[in-house]
Design a binder for this molecule. Structure first.
Ligand code: 2HA
Ligand code: ZN
Length: 274
C-alpha cells in the first residue's frame, strides 16, 4: 500500500493540519508523534528505505523495536498536508532503545522533531501505564495556556483547579489533572525527564512560557484533550481580562457531585478550599 494512503498516516496529517488551523503552530512550532501498531507497520513497509542509525539522546528500552510517525525538526505543521514526505517521517527504534533510524520521509534531509527525547520518554511512560493503549504524544504552542503561565503560580493544583472551573466538561476530560514544568531549555533530556515524570500521573503537562504536551489513545482523543485545555484557558484569560474575581463558580462540592454522576475520580488535592 502507498504510505500516504494508510488511514493512520491520513489521521496524523489531518491532526497536524487541525493544529495549524487552531493557530498553535507558528513557523516550525510544535511536534506530533504516533506509536504505530505492528499491523500498520506491515501495511506500508514495502515503502521503507532505512537510513543510518542515530542517537536518540535518551534511553527508552521499553520502546525497543517500535516504529513512530513523527514531525520533522524545523518543519512547518502548515506544510504537512501539502508536502508530507518532506515534513514528517517514520522511524524505527533499535533493540537497545538508544538509537533510531528513519525508514520513510524527510526526503530532503533533516531530523525528526527536536523534542524527540520528550516524545519518546513520554511514550515509554504512557505505554507502560496504559498497557499499550496510548499511542499519541502532541506538543503545541497553545496561546492562552502560555499566557496563563505568566500570571498563575506554576503549581499542578492551581492550573488544574482554575482550568477545571472554567468549563464543566474539563474535570471529565482531564480528571487526573495537569502537571507543570517550570521554564527549562527545550529539546533536551532534562526537560524530557521532567515531563515524563509528570506523565506518570497526568495526560497533560504545561511547559511554562512555551506550550503544552498532551498524551492519548488516538488522534481524536489527544487533539480533543489539547483543544479542551486550551479552550478552558481562553475562557480564563477572558474572565481575568474582565475582572480579577469571580462572582460565582463551580465549587469543590459541585465537582464531587459531578465526579459521582460521571463516574470519574477527582483527586482531593485539587479540591482545596481557597
Ligand atoms: O520548534 O516546538 O519545542 C519545535 C518546538 C520546540
Ligand atoms: Zn515547542
Amino acid at each position: 500500500m502507498n504510505f500516504l494512503d494508510a488511514e493512520y498516516v491520513q489521521g496524523f496529517m489531518r491532526m497536524a493540519n487541525d493544529g495549524w488551523e487552531q493557530g498553535w503552530h507558528e513557523r516550525n512550532g510544535g511536534n506530533l508523534s504516533y506509536r504505530v501498531k505492528t499491523e500498520e507497520v506491515e501495511l506500508v513497509k514495502e515503502n521503507f528505505v532505512a537510513k543510518e542509525w542515530q542517537a536518540i539522546g535518551a534511553t527508552v528500552p521499553d520502546l525497543a523495536g517500535e516504529f513512530f510517525l513523527v514531525t520533522g525538526s524545523g518543519k512547518y505543521f502548515r506544510n504537512v498536508i501539502i508536502k508530507p514526505e518532506d515534513s514528517i517521517c517514520m522511524l524505527e527504534v533499535d533493540q537497545t532503545g538508544e538509537k533510531y533510524r528513519i525508514v520513510w520521509g524527510l526526503v530532503n534531509g533533516g531530523r525528526p522533531t527536536s523534542e524527540l527525547p520528550s516524545h519518546l520518554m513520554n511514550h515509554e511512560v504512557k505505554k507502560k501505564a496504559t498497557d499499550g493503549k496510548y499511542r499519541v504524544i502532541y506538543h503545541a504552542h497553545t496561546t492562552n495556556v502560555i499566557a496563563l503561565t505568566f500570571v498563575l503560580p506554576l503549581k499542578d493544583e492551581v492550573f488544574t483547579r482554575e482550568l477545571w472551573e472554567m468549563a464543566t466538561e474539563c474535570p471529565v476530560v482531564f480528571p487526573a489533572g495537569i502537571g507543570m514544568v517550570p521554564w527549562m531549555v527545550p529539546g533536551g533530556c532534562e526537560i524530557a525527564i521532567a515531563t515524563s515524570k509528570l506523565m506518570k500521573a497526568y495526560d497533560v503537562a504545561i511547559w511554562a512560557h512555551h506550550g503544552m504536551f498532551a498524551a492519548g489513545e488516538d488522534f481524536d482523543l489527544t487533539f480533543g484533550l489539547m483543544h479542551t485545555v486550551e479552550k478552558s484557558a481562553e475562557i480564563l484569560v477572558k474572565m481575568l481580562s474582565m475582572q480579577p474575581t469571580k462572582l460565582q463558580t463551580i465549587t469543590p462540592d459541585d465537582f464531587r457531585d459531578l465526579a459521582r454522576d460521571f463516574n470519574v475520580t477527582l483527586p482531593e488535592k485539587f479540591l482545596y478550599t481557597k
